[in-house]
Structures are given as C-alpha cells and as structure tokens.
Design a protein around this ligand. Sequence first.
Ligand SMILES: Nc1nc2c(ncn2[C@@H]2O[C@H](COP(=O)(O)OP(=O)(O)O)[C@@H](O)[C@H]2O)c(=O)[nH]1
Ligand SMILES: [Mg+2]
Length: 258
Amino acid sequence: MFTVFFVGTAGSGKTTLVSTFSEWLEREGYDVAIVNLDPAVDYLPYVADIDVRDLVSARKLARKYKLGPNASILAAVDSLIAHADKIREMILSLGATYILIDTPGQMEIFAFRGSGPMLISRLSMERGAIVFVIDGVYAKSPTGFVSSILLSLSVQFRFSKPQVNALNKIDLLEPEAVERITAWYEEPEDLMNALRLESTLTSKLEIMLSEKITEVIASMGLTTRLIPVSAKTGQGLDELYRVLHQVYIGGQDYDYVE
Ligand SMILES: Nc1nc2c(ncn2[C@@H]2O[C@H](COP(=O)(O)OP(=O)(O)O)[C@@H](O)[C@H]2O)c(=O)[nH]1
Ligand SMILES: [Mg+2]
C-alpha cells in the first residue's frame, strides 16, 4: 500500500490532479483509492472512497461556534487528529495499492501547523510520498518560481518524506516556457540570469541572497524531480507515475538518480 499526499497552495490544482491521476492509474490497471482530507471543499470532481467531510464539517463548526471561514477550517483540520486512527483503519480496509490523498486547499493550515504532519505520519502506510503541486502559471516568472520552490522546500522539511514536485497547468504554458522553467531547476546560472533580467534585484543583499537561494534550488534538483504535468489534459502523468513508482520500490530513503 502506497500513500501519496498531494500538497500545494490553494488553486494549484491538487484536487484536479488527484482526479485525473486516479483515472490514469485505473486505466493502466492499478488498484487506486482516493481520500479527501479537505473538510471545507464544496465540490469534488472525483468520488472519494473516504471523505473527511463525513467526519468533520468546517461549515457545521462555523455555525456552531460562530467562526469565520479560516478559523473554521483550522478547527476542522485540528479536530481530524481525533479521527486519525479511524481514518487509518478505513484506508487499510480499502486494500488498494495506491491511495491518493487530497489535502486542504489552504496549504498553510495543513503544512505549517501541528496537525498536518501528525496526520501525514499517521496515515502513511508502509510507503508514503508527497507530490508538491506548483501552479505553473505562477511559476512562469523567475520570482514566482523561486517562491514556489522555497515553499516546496519548507514542505519537505515539515514532512521529511520522499517528495516529487509537479509543475502543473502546463497546458496553459508555451512549450518553451516549460523548458525554461525546468532548466531553472537544474542550472543556477540560468535562474540567476533570469532573476537579474526581471530586475527586481536592486540591493547587494538581495543579489547575494538570490545567489544562495539558486544554489539551494539547484542542489535540491539533484534528488527531487520537477515533473511538468497538466491535471487538465493528462500530459506528464506517465512520468509522474514512473518517478513515484521508483519511490515505491526504493523505499523511504529514496534518492533519485537519472
Ligand atoms: N488549465 C488548467 N487548469 C487547471 C489545471 N489544474 C487545475 N486547474 C484549475 O485550477 C483551479 C483550481 O484547481 P483545484 O484542483 O481545485 O486546486 P486545489 O485548490 O489545489 O485543489 C480549478 O479551476 C481547476 O480547473 C491544469 O492542469 N490546467
Ligand atoms: Mg482542493
């Protein structure tokens, strides 16, 4: 049993990717199940095998305790901890090979509080991985790219699980833009030049910081692949599967080697 958590900023395409990727896996003949961990979502494009909205509802909490939208999601995600063992049992009884887990829209509520990492460690089966979903439209600009990768890095620190970065929405990008972005990931020089051209770097300090950051990104690229995908058209899902499969057979101490 392999649990794959989809994490990323609101609107990056986690839910859509879970939906298309599960269809792709099913078409390829794999046994797949979906868990929705977002207690505040209104509409899901897939049928969840386990849906936390059946256990906690952000909307009900909001009404009961007169909470605003953010506070009610916070309360709902935190209260999921009380149900972690039950959800784990439910996942085990599904018996599927691949368990795709869709996480709350507001990533910071999930990743940067105690409850997110706790849930991930309780719900990971013998193998677990994170797919960090990056919004390709946002990552098109050098500064947007850098901030997306820094977020991915901080998620990696939070969860310390094998992680794959999916550059989503490539159907909205020119093929040259996709190539450029993937090159930034591996070549600090390319990224540094692009940052300079974007000319937001004014002070010496900013330039020095950017140089250090681009080095970190390039060294991250050695172990964590950036995989261009489209949750809309299904482009790149075969590659996403291939890399995840390597994590699955390689275990937790996975290092990607080309
Ligand atoms: N064009 C395009 N739109 C996408 C893609 N993935 C997601 N979207 C759209 O982006 C919006 C947010 O997607 P959603 O899956 O709900 O994001 P989430 O908040 O991360 O779960 C929706 O309108 C999706 O239709 C993609 O690969 N291409
Ligand atoms: Mg979602």
